[in-house]
Each structure stands twice: as C-alpha cells, then as structure tokens.
Ligand binder design. Structure first.
Ligand code: FAD
Length: 288
C-alpha cells in the first residue's frame, strides 16, 4: 500500500476569529504537501466575496495549489464568469464547478433569469475559456434530485464530457459505497479519476444532521459506536480510528488520492493523514 495523495477542503471565514482558525488549519495541514486545497462557495452564493478573498489570499501567501468552488446560484452568467475571471487574474486556475444548493428555505434550485441553468452549462462555459482545470461533484449514494443510480452516473458522465477532468464525491461512511459507485462509473465509460470525499467526524451530532441533508446514510454500527464513545468521552479516538480505517480500506482497493472535508478543524484530518503515512515533508526552501 503506497502513501496516498491528499487534498483538503476549507470554507471561507466570516469573522476575525474564523480567519485565525482557517490560517491555523492551513499551517497545520500544508506540511502534508496537499495536491490542492479547495475553498467552498457559500450555499445560496452567500460567501461570494469571502470566497474570492480567501482564495486570493491563500494562493498568494500559502504557496499551495488553490482550487476555488463556484456555483450557478443567484448570479447571471456574466457575473459568474466574471468571478471565474477574477480567480484567473489572481493566478488561480483550478475550479470546482457546481450547480449549488438554493438559499436556506427555498424549495429547490431555480436558475437566475440570466444565469446558468445547471452545472453542465457552467462547466462548458468555464471549459470554453481554456483557463481552468475543472473538478465537479459526484454522488456515491445518488444525489437527492437524481431519479436513480443510472441517471446519477449518466449526469456525471455528461459533466466530464462537458469539460471536467476529475470528480470529488460527497462524503460517505463505508468503503463499499464508494467502490460500488466507482464500478458503476467505470461501467458507464467514465475514465476521469473520482476522488473520494472524506469527512472526519469532528462533531457527531453535526455530522448526523449534515448527513441527513445530503442523503448520506449513517450505518447502525457507527451510531452504536458513537453512542458508546460519547458515554466514555472518547469520541475523538473513535473518529480517528473510523476515518483511518475507511481511508485504509479504500487504499486497499487501489484508491491513491483522498479529499478531506476539514471544516477548518485540522486536528483529526492531520491525525488520520499521519496514521496513513502522510507525514510532514519539510522542504529546504522553507527552512533555509
Ligand atoms: P449536479 O451534479 O449538476 O446535479 C445533481 C444531480 O441532480 C445530478 O446527479 C442529476 O442527476 C440531477 N440533475 C440536476 N440537473 C439535472 C438536469 N437538468 N437533468 C437531469 N438531472 C439533473 N454547494 C455549495 O453551495 N457550495 C460549495 O462550495 C459546494 N461544494 C461542494 C463540493 C463537493 C465535492 C460536492 C460533492 C458538493 C458541493 N456542494 C457545494 C453541494 C452541491 O452544490 C449540491 O450537492 C447541489 O445540490 C448539486 O450540485 P452539483 O453541481 O453537484 O449538481
């Protein structure tokens, strides 16, 4: 089993305290030499300016390869493409292109009257600029809006054909879930790499709510294990063990790159990476 490549997702800070936390997260995880780090774009387009600022700052000061998330929500095509152009001007050439979720309280996704109708249109427009490496979202347990797994996989195939070069999955808790999805994608002729999205369980209650919203199933064995760990006050130990085992099972099946949803809390992600053999690489240029 070789050491996997890793990448990390952050979200843009909305307060001074959160900015310090993000910077601390970056400092903790940067020595693990990530392939890229990505910065989310708030649900409903709410953090547009914060994302832009965080992406530009990270790109300029961290030395990391930064990918900016971009959604179609609540903006015209011209406005969305202008944001992409701003990323390009800041030297950022990687985008995670998404349709996005509607603002809280709305029934479903309604395109802006002059906006992109879906992720395919956004991906094609970004690809046409020739300026970006494009990644997209993928759903091992079927996106809640897809009719079935076949439609879910077919839509991903269309996103790759529209110009994406890699997909990052929604989080899941059992390796089998990802492996079945990977097989279905391969059978449908998808050859682009599919990166498993890994969510270390920092906060069990929060994760359960999040899973319910995303359609991620939470297996009974995990529920039982956390109930017990909560009683004994050892949730962190369990979270590290569960996440390390998931990653290790994936690596046993040939997965060579993992994408961690850090939620700007670096400790668990760092501990899991260390357990997988991803350890700090000190570069001469950084210490000289
Ligand atoms: P798509 O893949 O385009 O659509 C989702 C599903 O809906 C598809 O599987 C398809 O079956 C169905 N579908 C949609 N349109 C059609 C159509 N016209 N015809 C037929 N079927 C259709 N959200 C944010 O707001 N900000 C973020 O930064 C963010 N980052 C994310 C990162 C990752 C890695 C992932 C997996 C998700 C992220 N999300 C983010 C959540 C994402 O915006 C939501 O899951 C959203 O509901 C779907 O976006 P998408 O681009 O993946 O959708």
């Amino acid at each position: 089993m070789t050491t996997p490549q890793v990448s990390f997702e952050f979200f843009p800070p909305q307060s001074l305290e959160a900015s310090f936390r993000l910077w601390d997260t970056v400092q903790t995880l940067a020595p693990l030499d990530p392939r890229f780090v990505s910065v989310t774009y708030g649900a409903g387009g709410t953090t547009r300016d914060l994302t832009r600022e965080a992406v530009a700052t990270l790109h300029k000061s961290s030395g990391l390869n930064v990918a900016a998330h971009l959604t179609c929500v609540d903006a015209s095509k011209a406005e969305t493409l202008q944001i992409a152009e701003d990323f390009a001007q800041a030297g950022v050439s990687e985008i995670v292109a998404l349709r996005g979720d509607p603002p809280k309280g709305s029934a479903g996704f309604t395109p802006h009257p002059k906006g992109f109708a879906n992720s395919l249109e956004l991906i094609s427009a970004l690809a046409d600029t020739g300026k970006f490496t494009i990644r997209v979202g993928a759903y091992p347990e079927v996106h809640p809006e897809a009719t079935d797994m076949a439609a879910n996989v077919d839509w991903l195939k269309r996103k790759i054909e529209a110009g994406a070069s890699e997909a990052i999955t929604q989080f899941f808790f059992e390796a089998e879930t990802f492996l079945r999805f990977r097989d279905a994608c391969a059978a449908a002729g998808i050859t682009a790499p599919i990166l498993p999205g890994i969510l270390p369980i920092e906060n069990w209650k929060g994760v359960r709510n999040f899973a319910a919203r995303c359609g991620t199933s939470v297996p009974n064995w995990l529920i039982n294990a956390f109930e017990k760990a909560e009683r004994d006050g050892r949730e962190d130990l369990l979270a590290t063990a569960v996440c390390t085992e998931l990653c290790s099972d994936l690596m046993d099946e040939g997965v060579d790159a993992l994408h961690f949803y850090t939620l700007n809390r670096p400790e668990l992600t760092r501990d899991v990476c260390h357990a997988l053999g991803v350890t700090p690489s000190v570069r001469l240029q950084n210490v000289a």
